[in-house]
Design a protein. Sequence first.
Length: 64
Amino acid sequence: MKVEQDERFREQRERFRLKWNCEDCVLFDPAKGCAHGFPTHRHRKSRYDDPSAALLFCKDFELT
Ligand code: SF4
């Protein structure tokens, strides 16, 4: 499911230190990628350097 980013989300992301990216997922290895073999490019932190990038949440995300 895609969700548009807005200013409120960006403010709350910082205030509440929200985590939803691969880098915060127990299944992510920087050298090998996702342990489940999923493509990671749409869930990586760098994607959200673009404030217009739609939010995509991974259904298998597990917080480290
Ligand atoms: S399970 Fe999802 S969030 Fe976790 S590393 Fe794989 S693609 Fe990223």
